[in-house]
Design a protein around this ligand. Structure first.
Ligand code: SAM
Length: 265
């Protein structure tokens, strides 16, 4: 039997390739698993495509999304661990950036809030997710959205051009959280803000857990301690970085948190 490679022996690009493979399956509603084990430990959605689909739609409902009128393809690939748009206090005319926008659900909810005078940009590194999100936007007739293929550690977004950065269960998947927050700070306008939901840890993970690829792509293995996460934000310039609320504790002390910060004027 061939031994699985350990995450700690992989280069950042190899890790990202594993993440891309996992989320191509989530986009295709194939066998495969996204972040669900991190947020819904009792459900099993990793082995069978129809149960995965139902689980993700139910997850969006449970997190308070108004999915009325949304095509099923906008929710069946949902892989978030919170509802950041509900807490981001978006206003008409704002420019919003969604890191790791997946099939687009958060972008579509945000697009209603910012209206025609605003815009929502989504960055994702999985081509199948970008394609799916574009099709969903067409089906919904939403035009104030802009899908960009790219890496959140080096984003195709201009300096000082965004009012609000949102993200849902993505930054834990990035090998360098430091680079992500430097990028978030760079693209925000002075006075801009960030509101993300993400998985963080209350205690270090056992090494055998953080070394498993499936645990990493399932949003637990790449999670870091909550204090370390906030420190990366502070180092990037977010002096007021804070956890605004917590959802329940999940496996191994991993929990879903809402995390906020702002760039000074
Ligand atoms: C857990 S899913 C969340 C998707 C979406 N935010 C949602 O709530 O349904 C993670 C998404 O982030 C994307 N992603 C992960 N790492 C990324 C990176 N370094 N740069 C850009 N996108 C990334 C994946 O392709 C995937 O679509």
């Amino acid at each position: 039997m061939t031994e699985m490679k350990k995450v700690s022996d992989m280069e950042p690009n190899e890790i990202k390739e594993e993440v891309r493979k996992a989320y191509t399956q989530v986009a295709d509603i194939d066998v495969g698993c996204g972040c669900e084990p991190a947020v819904q430990t009792s459900s099993s959605c990793c082995g069978d495509s129809s149960s995965a689909k139902v689980t993700r739609v139910n997850l969006a409902d449970a997190l308070g999304y108004d999915t009325e009128g949304m095509p099923i393809s906008a929710t069946e690939s949902f892989a978030g661990c919170g509802n950041p748009v509900a807490l981001a206090s978006l206003k008409e005319g704002e420019v919003v950036l969604d890191l790791g926008s997946g099939a687009g659900l958060d972008m579509f909810v945000a697009s209603k809030k910012v209206g025609d005078t605003g815009k929502v940009i989504g960055v994702d590194m999985t081509p199948a997710m970008i394609e799916k999100a574009k099709k969903n936007a067409e089906e919904l007739g939403i035009t104030n959205v802009d899908f960009r293929f790219g890496d959140i550690e080096d984003m195709p977004v201009d300096d000082n051009s965004v009012d609000v950065v949102i993200s849902n269960c993505v930054i834990n998947l990035a090998p360098s959280k430091a680079k992500v927050f430097q990028e978030v700070y760079r693209v925000l306008k002075p006075g801009g803000r960030v509101m993300v939901s993400d998985i963080v840890l209350s205690k270090p993970l056992p090494k055998e857990v953080s070394d498993e690829v499936i645990t990493y792509t399932g949003c637990i293995g790449g999670a870091i301690l909550d204090e370390e996460y906030l420190q990366h934000m502070r180092d990037a310039g977010f002096e007021d970085a804070r956890i605004t609320s917590k959802a329940g504790e999940s496996l191994y002390g991993a929990y879903s948190a809402y995390i906020a910060g702002s760039k000074s004027e």
